[in-house]
Design a protein around this ligand. Structure first.
Ligand code: IPD
Length: 281
């Protein structure tokens, strides 16, 4: 199966149309108090009715265009939702940064990726509150369209000195879970805090961290404990913006969507420096 069969402009414009429409569902409840449930009893892993509604909407729309493709969504609203395989599969996070959404903090986005051979070939991330649309196709570059203006090509930061870098690290849903926190603290945060970088950030949404790297305002983003829907579109967009994606454990191991961890760096030098710092403590 040829990648070109899938990563063409018509697929991209279909996904963009679906993402923008779905974004209206999120924007409709913006600024209001929202109810939520805790996933599997975890008080830090939240889901709202809007997450489920948006996922359902995206699945229905995309299935009408691509009935033979497979679908994976964070909220599992569809019984046909599957494990990631090599077949063309849509990987969807209806609201990435659900906690931000609940708190009306505008770092939240829809993430939709078409994956083939377990790697995204089309990726769209849409923040419906800031009206920022990020997209990429494999080999076609990465772009940002803001407030309906013409799209601009995205390029990662050219900084090659970690000491002049801003780095984002997410705790994810680890708050209050000592084992996970210890691991993140010891292996990621402490080594970086102990290194004179310009600063650490935590935006609360994997997609928004990836996009901060893609548009050049953050030099690297580090997180473990991620799921395919947190990474699929973001990884492609960063890669197409010129970034380097590696696994935290081993910088020589190719990125895997099922690998649960990522370092998204603006370039090879920063990637190597981050790996050196994380491995030196
Ligand atoms: C989460 C957010 C968060 C990240 C977690 C993700 P969700 O996604 O992206 O920033 O740290 O790892 O699971 O649950 O809001 O879709």
């Amino acid at each position: 199966m040829l990648l070109e069969d899938h990563a063409d402009d018509s697929v991209l414009s279909t996904v963009i149309g679906v993402a923008k429409k779905a974004g209206e569902l999120i924007a409709a409840s913006w600024g209001q108090a929202k109810g939520f449930d805790c996933k599997d009893g975890h008080s830090t892993d939240l889901v709202t009715q809007t997450d489920r509604q948006v996922e359902q909407f995206i699945f229905e729309r995309l299935k009408a265009f691509y009935p033979k493709h497979l679908f994976i969504g964070e909220e599992g609203v569809d019984e046909a939702s599957v494990q990631l395989s090599d077949a063309p599969t849509w990987v969807v996070d209806p609201i990435d940064g659900t906690t931000n959404f609940i708190h009306n903090f505008d770092q939240t986005a829809i993430s939709i990726a078409l994956c083939v051979n377990k790697r995204a070939i089309v990726g769209v991330i849409y923040n419906p509150i800031r009206k920022e649309l990020y997209y990429a196709t494999q080999g076609g570059g990465a772009f940002l369209e803001r407030y309906g203006n013409d799209a601009v090509r995205l390029t990662t930061s050219s900084t090659d000195d970690l000491k002049r870098s801003l780095v984002s690290i997410e705790l994810g849903a680890a708050h209050g879970e000592a084992d996970k926190l210890n691991e993140k603290w010891q292996n990621q945060m402490f080594p970086l805090l102990n290194h004179p970088i310009h600063g650490l950030r935590q935006l609360g949404a994997a997609t928004m961290n990836f996009m901060a790297v893609a548009r050049g305002c953050v030099e690297a983003y580090i997180e473990s404990g991620l799921k395919p829907w947190d990474m699929a579109a973001g990884e492609l967009i960063v890669r197409e913006a010129g970034g380097v994606i590696t696994m935290i454990d081993d910088e020589n191991e190719p990125f895997r969507l099922t690998g649960k961890q990522v370092i998204a760096s603006c370039n090879q030098q920063i990637s190597q420096s981050i790996h050196r710092v994380l491995n030196s403590e």
